[in-house]
Design a protein around this ligand. Sequence first.
Ligand code: LLP
Length: 473
Amino acid sequence: MQTISGRSVAGRSACTARVANRARKVCVTRAAATVEKHEEKAVGASWQFTQPAGKGLGFYTGAEDGYLYCDQMRVEDIRHKVPESPFYLYSWNRIAHNYAEYKKALAGLDSLPCYAVKANNNFVIMKQLAAAGAGAVLVSGNELKLATKAGFDPKRTILNGNGKLPWELELAAEMGVNINIDSEFDLENIAAAARKTGKKVSVLLRINPDVDPQVHSYVSTGLASSKFGIRNSHIKWFLDEIRKEPLLELVGVHSHLGSTITKVNIFRDAAVIMCDFVKMIRAEGFQLKYLNIGGGLGIDYSHQGQVLPTPTDLIDTVRDIVKELGLTLVIEPGRSMVATGSALVNTVTGVKTNGSKNFIVIDGSMATLIRPSLYGAYQHIELTKPHSTPVQTFDVVGPICESGDYLGKDRELATPSKGDGIVVHDAGAYCMSMASNYNLKMKPAEYMVENGSLRKIRHEETLEQHLAVFEGL
Ligand code: LLP
């Protein structure tokens, strides 16, 4: 058996996709220092990673044939239809299912589920989520413009952020968007926007409950030391200032602890603290309506079938608090709505070895999907068809001129050939929306499987479009 590493692969020659599936479980336990440091459990939602071929939901390996599927379609067949590579592939049914899980979880409560557009701003996906009834949480004026074009009702959106600009606040005030107050200067700017537009603005106070979300420091936001949110000790000052401004109406409190959270008791702890703030603010004479607990629910990036909290677990942990205080619950899920609904589909450029290290070089890169390079995040990698080649340990890397350009490290995979398909899973959130043109790689095309058919939902960017920004200078 030919290997590229020179290491023995005795006993592994009959590698099928199944063996590769088992082998990958070995490699995921090695993926230390990831964003998604979950508490590992033996059983869980592993059903979703292997389902009956052609009959499953989202991305899964066909139980009978070892091919990778997106809903009813083989990803291998899709690759041969699609001219571009790499490309993002989405399962609309999976995203719709994730949203439906939130709707189901919220039954019996007054609620406003707001999709966090920063996770994925594909216009088609935004339009479909707006049509499904979602609200939106926005972090820039451009997100707000796109959200309203996509059909989100501005009154069911929230503008968030620690550095909102005057034009963004004026646009939000004009449109009737709810605005989070993040600091003293932010409050001043919001009041100025209200006066300039002559509109009454509904505002929420972003409070840091100072609960540790136990996640990577880059995505932890709810601690007292965070750059987001007001100084809690200064809350009375904020209330007095709001009281002085007749165009501002304080309608709620907001907290966002962080992202990739895997324990619901963290949300509960924060909600209990927020509840005390609600009581205190009401005692000051304000009619608060909203408790916004932000987003942050993690997903099983490891594909080990971990038991992670579901939307129902999350909502049920705060249900009594919300009911008791007669509040409307606002949630802002991004990742848990869209991450599992996409994979980045790449083509193998070649396989090489440098002494003891093996590499699969693919056409996707840190420019297409930066989470592994930026956060050391683990995203599961899988070949699109079954292979009977030796399983070896590979780093899966892109063509960018940086050693930090990798999609996965120490992955046990069957040895692919040039031109084979290889996907990076769970790419629906913070992947395309964080893509760049580094090394002049153009942002990739996006395709979606919807009820059994494939449609293009974004064109690949072109060099001509890039050159256009220099025209006439
Ligand atoms: N609400 C607020 C105020 C947020 O800051 C965020 C995300 C969300 C909602 C949505 O959180 P989610 O449900 O998606 O966890 N680029 C990082 C994630 C940054 C998240 C920033 N805030 C990553 O790739 O993991």
